[in-house]
Design a protein around this ligand. Structure first.
Ligand SMILES: *Cc1c(COP(=O)(O)O)cnc(C)c1O
Length: 387
């Protein structure tokens, strides 16, 4: 196990006056600080010692019921054979899924770029990646089909696909309806499981134009993973998996060995926040805040970046993904950028099979609008110095 260089870098940036476009934290102004005292008092008044007690591995039933209602009201439809388990963030969900489903040497299909900590989990399980590039319509499923055919000729099939169809992290793009259908057709003909990691569809600030894969799935192949980290609080460490009863019971066994159960208090807090409509309030506010911050970043990039630099136009999420002109290394750029007082994350870390040396991830959720403008200005200067 090797420590992530990026985490080490971020530790340094935290301690300095450098403007950081490197982090991945939700906007601090969206965290319900004022409401929390009331919510906690409310759950302690209503449920007493129960909020401090051990609770079932699958989750507190009041929470699970509220969660199912919440999903339904946001167009996430479960099948009749599906069930839900609460997890310690969706990170644990991904970890448990890998634990239950994967053996060393298994093939995992993943987008390129993809979510860093998911890559880390799969890597720890010793899987082989098949990386599929993305464009403005998400994973290029035609490429996936080619890869699946190629693998079949070699007598191999992937075990699962890990995808972020809505507001991809880090690219911010969304998979079109046609590609979603195509992906599910491929999953059916090649007998693949699909993990749909969906923290962001709830707070997309542009129309996604397609339902979650989970709602389009009628053969029980889609494993839906989501989290309260972007719609309530990441510090509660509360996520969930919706999948077949059979898989959920396996996850339950795996989870017992890891942490017995997800924080009881966090589940009561989330149940109460759902009941009081606070989650839906945060969702509405998040759409406005992130739209404004994303727009500031796109405008600043338009203003300060020299010819030849490209970037995505996110529909949601926390990041803009950007390509430098071929031959310019974002790691070298980072050295210059840090001297000019701005940090970002070089994109190669998000490429599961290598590559992406000229890409970078820019965070707009955490910095203020002023910091976004100033940070991008400094970054533009750094790029010009390298051209
Ligand atoms: C933010 C994010 C998560 C959240 O992880 P938690 O462990 O629930 O905080 C999961 N997946 C993706 C793609 C994310 O961007």
């Amino acid at each position: 196990m090797r420590a992530s260089e990026i985490r080490e870098l971020l530790k340094l940036v935290e301690k300095s006056n450098i403007i950081s476009l490197a982090g991945g934290l939700p906007a601090p102004e969206l965290l319900p600080v004022r409401e929390l005292t009331d919510i906690v008092r409310g759950v302690v008044d209503s449920y007493g010692w129960r909020v401090l007690q051990y609770s079932p591995t699958k989750g507190v039933s009041i929470f699970l019921e509220a969660l199912k209602e919440f999903m339904k009201s946001h167009n996430v439809h479960l099948g009749p054979e599906d069930d839900v388990i609460a997890t310690t963030g969706s990170q644990e969900a991904i970890y448990l899924l890998a634990r239950v489903l994967l053996d060393p040497g298994d093939i995992v299909v993943i987008e390129e770029p993809s979510y860093l900590t998911a890559i880390q989990v799969f890597r720890q399980y010793g899987v082989k990646f098949v990386a599929i590039p993305i464009d403005d319509e998400g994973m290029i499923t035609e490429k996936l089909e080619e890869e699946l055919k190629r693998l079949r000729r070699e007598g191999r099939t992937p075990k699962l696909v890990y995808t972020m169809p809505s507001c991809h992290n880090p690219a911010g793009v969304t998979m079109s309806y046609e590609r979603r259908k195509h992906l599910l057709e491929l999953a059916e003909s090649y007998d693949l499981l699909v993990i749909e990691d969906d923290p962001y569809s709830y707070i997309a600030f542009k129309p996604i134009g397609a339902p979650p894969l989970k709602s389009m799935d009628d053969s029980g192949r889609v494993i839906y993973v989501s989290t309260f980290s972007k719609i309530l609080s990441p510090g509660l460490r509360l996520g969930w998996v919706a999948a077949s009863k059979q898989l959920i019971s396996k996850l339950e066994v795996a989870k017992q060995a890891v942490d017995l159960h997800t924080s009881t208090l966090s589940q009561y807090i989330a149940a109460e926040a759902l009941k009081r409509g606070i989650v839906d309030e945060i969702i509405e506010k998040a759409k406005r805040v992130y739209e404004a911050k994303c727009k500031a970043m796109l405008n600043a990039l338009e203003t300060y970046m020299p010819e030849g630099v490209r970037w995505t136009k996110p529909v949601g999420g926390l990041f803009v993904w950007s390509w430098l002109p071929k031959g310019i290394s974002s790691r070298r750029l980072l050295e210059v950028a840090l001297r000019k007082g701005v940090a970002f994350v070089p994109g190669d870390a998000f490429y599961p099979c290598g590559g992406g040396e000229n890409t970078m991830r820019l965070n707009y959720s955490f910095p203020s609008i002023e910091e976004i403008w100033e940070g991008v200005k400094r970054l533009g200067d750094a790029v010009k110095e390298l051209l």
